[in-house]
Design a protein around this ligand. Structure first.
Ligand code: KIV
Ligand code: ZN
Length: 385
């Protein structure tokens, strides 16, 4: 089995489904172009039947695509699939993604028996495959679907011509050990499994989406579905930046790799935050404002001596220029000395001791001491002397 993991980004489809995250046509084109540039393998550009606007966006993204496969989502019915094909067919590499909810709760909605659903899957995947050589099947809510029926749906989809089989954890219910086992067992027991790629699509309701996606890769999945900043319905989807950086930083125990240029992560994270209107939480892994920031004296001192003491990745790996040493009440002398030196003030120990006392007084009053505060402090100091 290959060690290459395909990155399938669904920021523009599942991400945009977050209430309030709607993006304009131009914004979607811009994000798609950034995703293509950074080496994402498959871009799920939207849900073409959902609206005229979605159809237009998916078509435009398909036309503008360069390297990535462009995928559209469709429910398991011919009308959706045809509409999806009309939008993605302009891409050099188009994909139709079709799905139905297979768990008992989801089967009850269209009120289909297992046999009726099995027929529907067969017919829809066959229809999609007659239009497009690249077809993805998803058994929605797979992780709450009975094993025998899940296996049956996967085998039908493979036999009907699906090239990728996605096993979604639609409600973020699964745990890492189950996520790995489920994929491993499907690959071992489903007829035709060796001829398709298994995908993992995790939601973050219990905060386990990244762990579940990586566990699925351990189990044999070779496509991770994810979004920038983990944008997505409810608690969101697996965050692209987290899985990609985890694979890079822990290649020692997870010997899999993606094609993503990680140095482009920060730029797209910021852009997605702006256009979706969903700010990134300060302590978000990889892309949060504090992910490469240090305030405590012990940490800052360590960082000044050797960055590896408190950082497992370099800021440049994700497109930042440098670590930020935040000056606040927890900062120590070493960081103050370094910061003042950056501002052009070289200090003898006795001078620094004095300034340090006044810096601490200021830091107690302010949450963060900015460079301009330090310059003002030094001016006062010069005046006193
Ligand atoms: O979460 C989910 O199950 C989905 C499917 C449509 C793949 O987004
Ligand atoms: Zn989803």
């Amino acid at each position: 089995m290959t060690d290459r993991v395909l990155i399938f980004d669904t920021t523009l489809r599942d991400g945009e489904q977050s209430p309030g995250a709607t993006m304009t046509h131009a914004e979607k084109l811009e994000i798609a172009s950034m995703l293509d540039d950074m080496g994402v393998d498959i871009i799920e550009a939207g849900f073409p039947i959902a609206s005229e606007g979605d159809f237009a966006a998916v078509s435009a993204i398909a036309k503008a695509s360069r390297n990535a496969t462009i995928c559209g989502l469709s429910r398991a019915n011919f009308k959706d699939i045809d509409r999806c094909w009309e939008a993605v067919k302009h891409a050099a590499k188009p994909r139709i993604h079709t799905f139905i909810g297979t768990s008992p709760l989801h089967r009850a909605i269209p009120n289909l028996t297992m046999d009726q659903m099995a027929d529907r899957i067969h017919d829809c995947v066959t229809h999609a495959r007659n239009l497009c050589g690249d077809v993805q099947w998803s058994s929605m809510d797979a992780t709450r679907t009975e094993w025998d029926f899940l296996k049956r749906t996967v085998e039908i989809a493979i036999k009907a011509g699906a090239t990728t089989i996605n096993i979604p954890d639609t409600v973020g219910y699964t745990a890492p050990v189950e996520s790995a086992d489920l994929i491993r067992r499907l690959i071992a027991e489903c007829d035709g499994a060796d001829g398709v790629i298994f995908a993992t699509h995790c939601h973050n309701d219990l905060g386990m989406a990244t762990a579940n996606a990586l566990a699925a890769v351990e189990g044999g999945a070779r496509q991770i579905e994810c979004t920038i900043n983990g944008l997505g319905e409810r608690a969101g989807n697996t965050a692209l930046e987290e899985v990609v950086m985890a694979l890079k930083v822990r290649a020692d125990i997870m010997p899999f790799h993606s094609r993503v240029d990680t140095r482009k992560i920060m730029a797209i994270s910021r852009r997605v935050a702006t256009v979706s209107g969903f700010p990134v939480q300060f302590n978000k892994a990889i892309v949060g404002k504090n992910a490469f920031a240090h305030e405590s004296g012990i940490h800052q001192d360590g960082m000044l001596k050797n960055a590896e003491t408190f950082e497992i990745m370099r800021p440049t790996d994700v497109g930042l220029t440098e670590t930020s040493l935040v000056m606040g009440k927890h900062s120590g002398r070493a960081a103050l000395r370094a910061k003042l030196a950056e501002l052009g003030y070289e200090m003898a120990d006795n001078q620094l001791a004095d300034v340090f006392v006044r810096f601490k007084e200021l830091a107690d009053r302010k949450k963060e001491v900015f460079e301009e505060d330090l310059v003002a402090l030094m001016r006062q100091n010069d005046a006193v002397e």
